[in-house]
Unconditional design. Sequence first.
Length: 94
Amino acid sequence: MGSQKLTLEERLQVLEILMEESIWGPYLDQPEQRKAIASALYTRLEVVKRHQVYPPGVVSALYAHADALSELDNTPDALKPMLRPLARPSERSN
């Protein structure tokens, strides 16, 4: 994912984070659930960027996964930051 090569440690970080989100696995065929997973990743990435917790390669790889889940992966890179907030699941009233 992405043009950047990740070190082994960076790959492990990406996989660890994706494993934490894997609890959603059974719901990947449902568009709203895919958006929920992407939203969780985007939220994590917002915090990570503020505190610079992960290396840039890890952040880039996680954005690529979140963008794929929210179907933004084919969107031009310049538009992705503006469209990511719109990739949140819709609220359902009870």
